[in-house]
Write a protein that binds this ligand. Sequence first.
Ligand code: FAD
Ligand code: SF4
Length: 568
Amino acid sequence: MAISLTKTDVVIVGLGAVGGVAALPLARAGLEVVGLEAGAWLTPADFAPDELRNNVRGWPQAVQKANHEVPTHRPNASAPYSTRPAIHPMMNAVGGTTLHYWAQSWRLNPWDFKVVSETTRRYGASRIPKGSTVEDWPFGLEELEPHYEKVEYELGVSGKAGNLNGKIDSRGNIFEGSRKREYPMPPLRGTGFSEMMATAARKLEWHPFPGPAAINSRTYQNRAGCAYHGYCNRGGCHVNAKGSTAVTTIPKAQETGRLKVVTQATVTTVEADTDGRVSGVNYLKNGVEYFQPADVVLLASYVYENVRVLLLSKSKAYPNGLSNNHRQVGRHYFSHNQGASVTALFPRNLNNWYGLPAQGTAVDDWADDNFDHSGLDFIGGGNLWIYSDRRPISAADMNTFDRAPQWGSAWKAFVKENADRWNTAYLQKTTLPYEDNFLDLDPTVRDPLGFPVCRITADFKDNEKKVAAFIQDKMVQWFMTAGAVATARGQLGTMGPTTHAYGGTRMGNNPETNVVDRWGFSHEAPNLGILGASVMGTSGAHNPTLTAQALAWRTAEHLAKNWKTIRK
Ligand SMILES: Cc1cc2nc3c(=O)[nH]c(=O)nc-3n(C[C@H](O)[C@H](O)[C@H](O)COP(=O)(O)OP(=O)(O)OC[C@H]3O[C@@H](n4cnc5c(N)ncnc54)[C@H](O)[C@@H]3O)c2cc1C
Ligand code: SF4
C-alpha cells in the first residue's frame, strides 16, 4: 500500500530540460510545485573532463535508469529486433540531459510549423510524402516567439540575430523567423577552423553564421563565461557556463520557496478518477511506494518515458492507458534524421583540440524550405554544422579514407599524422511522422522493476533518404571548397533509440489524431499536461530542446493563468 502524501497544486514528473523550465513560471505564479526526479543532484566534482568515463562508459549516473530501460527497436512490425544498445545517453539527475548536452539552442523555422499548408501552397498537395501523418501545428512560430525569448533569457543563450523585427542581418541566420529581441549574449567565439569554413561557404555564396548555444559567452547572471576547455561533449560544466536547468531555472524556482525537489523518486504510474481527471502519481523512492496527490500533473520524463508511463497507467476511465481512448499515445513517433554525416580530411592540422561542439559555423541555405524544391523529389532539408571538438579516444577512432589499413604500424602512423586533420559535420535533417512508425510497450523486455520497456517500430522513409543524400552532397561541396583532400559519407542507419526523439503524444486541435491540445493539455484528461518533444509534430532541421523548453514555458504559463478552470 502506497504512503499517501499531502496534496500539492502541481506535480512535475522529471526535472530535466523541460520539467526544469516549467517549474519556474509556476512557482513564480504562486503555485506549490513538487518536482519528482528519478536522479540525484550532481556537483562540479561529477564533471571531470574524462573521455573514457563520459563518452565511452556512458557517464557515472547516480541512478542508472535510462541505461536500464533502453527501448527495443525493430524497423517495421514484421522485422527482427535491432541490436539493443548497452547505454542510452540521457541523464538521470536534477537538470536531466541539459547537464551534459551540447547546448545548441535553436528556434524552429516558420516553415516547420506549417509543413502541410506551405508545401501544398508552393508545390501542391501531392508533394506530402505518401503515408506521412504530418499535420500543421495548431499555431505558428509567432505564437511561440515570446516563449522562446523568455527561455533564452532565463537560461542564457549566446548567438547573433539574423532577423530582428524583420530587419535581416547577415551576421546571423538570415532564414530565421522574425525575433523581437537580440540574444542575451553575443555568440561563442570562432576558431581558425570555423572561420576557414565560413570563408569557404561565402565563396559558394551561402550564408554562414555562428549557431546559438545555451552557453555563456561572457559572465551572465553570476555564472562564468565558457572556458572552451574541450570536454563539453557529454560532459557537465564545472564552471556553470552551460545553461543547464540545474543551475538556472530550477534554483530560481527554489528561491521562491514553492518548488520542492524530491530526488531518486521514480514515478511508475499516474492515477485517474472515474471521471477521467488525474489525481496524482505513484512513485518509488528507496524501495518505498508513495502516492503524491496533486490538482494537476505535468509529465516531463522524456519522449520514451512519457509514452511508457501513459501506457502503464491503466484505469477504468482509460483501459488502454492514460489519455489513450483515441489510441493516439505512441503514434506519430519519429527520430531526427541525424545520421548520414560527412567526414573530411584536410592537408593540415585544424587545432580542434580545444572548444566545444556548440562552437562552430552553420549554414541554413539548404534547410527546411529555404530553397526551391520545384525540381526536386523531396520536401525539407538540413542544417549543415561544423564544430570544434576533438578528444584523444575519438580522434584515434578516425576514418582512414582508404589511405591506410585499420590496424598495425601503418594505421598508427596515419593516425599520428592526421588525428587533428579531420572533421565530421553534424547534419540535422527534416524527418516526418508516418502511419507505421510508432511506440508501444515491449511484450517481453522489462526493466529491473518489472515494467515493460518502450518498443520502437520505425524506420526512415524515402523522403528522409533523399534529403540525406542531397545534404551530404552539399556538405561534400562545402568541405572540398574549404580545401579538404578527401571526404567520406556516413550511413543514415535506422530509427533506433535516440537523443532527438519526437512525437508519441502529439499536440494538435483534433483529438482523433493528437493526444494534447494546443496548450499541451490532454484532450481526454483535462488536468494532465505533457511536456517535451513528445508533443512536437515536426522536427525541422535543428535540435529540439529550446523548442521543447519554449513549449513547456507556454504550457506552464497557460496553467498559471487558467488555474481555476484547469484544476476545477
Ligand atoms: C550528448 C547529448 C547532446 C545533446 N545535445 C543537444 C543540443 O546541443 N541541443 C539540443 O537541443 N538537444 C540536445 N540533446 C537532446 C536534449 O538533451 C534533449 O532534447 C532534452 O534533454 C530533452 O528534454 P527532456 O526534459 O524531455 O528530457 P531530459 O532532459 O532527459 O529530462 C528528463 C528527466 O526526467 C527524469 N525521469 C525520467 N523518467 C522518470 C520517472 N519515471 N520518474 C521521475 N523522473 C523521471 C530523468 O531522470 C530526467 O532528469 C542532446 C542529448 C545528448 C544525450
Ligand atoms: S566547454 Fe565551456 S560550457 Fe563546455 S564544459 Fe567547458 S567551460 Fe563548460
